[in-house]
Design a protein around this ligand. Structure first.
Ligand SMILES: NC(=O)c1ccc[n+]([C@@H]2O[C@H](COP(=O)([O-])OP(=O)(O)OC[C@H]3O[C@@H](n4cnc5c(N)ncnc54)[C@H](O)[C@@H]3O)[C@@H](O)[C@H]2O)c1
Length: 294
């Protein structure tokens, strides 16, 4: 996508973290931006804040888990601004299944993580893509995947993100095959300093259970990695430049490149997979000398 000014973007999960930074970046590039989120209060504050800079933004409370909620988001955005030219399917939750093995994870945990991270994106595609194809104006579809969608080892979260990656790649192929004027990109960050470690705040009541251990103290190892991660505004700048250049795989964390390379080298070696050494795992938890974050 080359031209942004005057066009309309919808960003899900826009009340916090990467989504909020993306919404601000797109609005500063003179797009109209609809911020969508399940967290009403935080959403209102975010919209109020951006309006102080005279940015053209609106907020719609939407739960990506619920198809009708996404259809309502689409209807509201279209009624306010007309054609929609960009969808950033960004809303997502970090899974909290504790020390369980993947086969021990219960249905409610699976339903939540797959429901938000995968079905939520699918609902967005099903609702917005036909509209973009039909109006025919230059448009763009972006999903916030994760490096967990390209690498093994992230439990249920990784499963949901691999699914989103496959979905995004499939959408790109099908749009190309139809000659649609819709470009596609998949954002795959490493650690970013957001509120994803407090995702349980958004788990709906019908998907909670007694097992869920709420560690929202911010001192868990993952929280510490997030605090050392990149800033959401840096990610938003990288995403914007990548979309302008037509890049599909957006990889803002070069510190992980060796791990990506190793994965494909191991596959192509046709040899038995080596067992990851504790040192390799510990590497991720150690701050890097070059200041680059995982
Ligand atoms: N922070 C990281 O290190 C990191 C790394 C890779 C990928 N990601 C991905 O980035 C995306 C954004 O997460 P973030 O890190 O900014 O976290 P965040 O918690 O700061 O923001 C996520 C937003 O999504 C919203 N949300 C949650 N469930 C929702 C639902 N059902 N419907 C609508 N909105 C909902 C939350 O209210 C929140 O505002 C997610 O898809 C996440 O998986 C994050």
């Amino acid at each position: 996508m080359k031209n942004f000014a005057g066009k309309t973007a919808v960003v899900t999960g826009a009340a916090s973290g990467i989504g909020l930074a993306l919404a601000e970046k797109l609005a500063r590039e003179n797009m109209q931006v609809v911020l969508a989120d399940v967290e009403e209060e935080r959403l209102e504050l975010a919209v109020e804040d951006l309006r102080k800079y005279q940015l053209r933004v609106s907020g719609v409370v939407a739960d990506v888990l619920v198809e009708e909620s996404i259809q309502n988001l689409f209807a509201r955005a279209k009624a306010e601004y007309g054609n929609i030219h960009m969808l950033c399917s960004n809303a997502g939750v970090g899974a909290n299944s504790g020390p369980k093995a993947i086969w021990e994870v219960g249905k409610k945990d699976w339903d939540w993580v797959m429901g938000v991270n995968y079905q939520g994106v699918l609902h967005g595609f099903q609702t917005f893509i036909p509209h973009m194809v039909e109006h025919g104006e230059e448009s763009h579809l972006m999903t916030t995947v994760s490096l967990a969608g390209l690498l093994p080892g992230s439990g249920t979260y990784g499963v949901s993100k691999h699914a989103v990656m496959a979905l995004t790649e499939a959408a790109r192929n099908d749009l190309l095959a139809r000659g649609a004027n819709v470009s596609v990109s998949a954002l795959c960050p490493g650690f970013v300093d957001t509120n994803i470690d407090k995702s349980e705040r958004n788990r709906p009541g019908y998907l909670t259970h007694q097992d869920v251990s709420l560690d929202e103290s911010g001192i868990s190892p993952v929280s510490q990695l997030l605090r050392r991660g990149k800033q959401p505004s840096e990610i938003a700048d990288i995403v914007f430049e990548a979309i302008k250049k037509g890049i599909f795989y957006i990889l803002p964390h070069p510190a992980w490149d060796d791990m990506l390379r190793d994965r494909f080298d191991q596959m192509l070696s046709r040899e038995p997979l080596p067992t990851p050494s504790p040192d390799e795992m510990a590497r991720i938890f150690t701050p890097r000398d070059d200041g680059e974050s995982y």
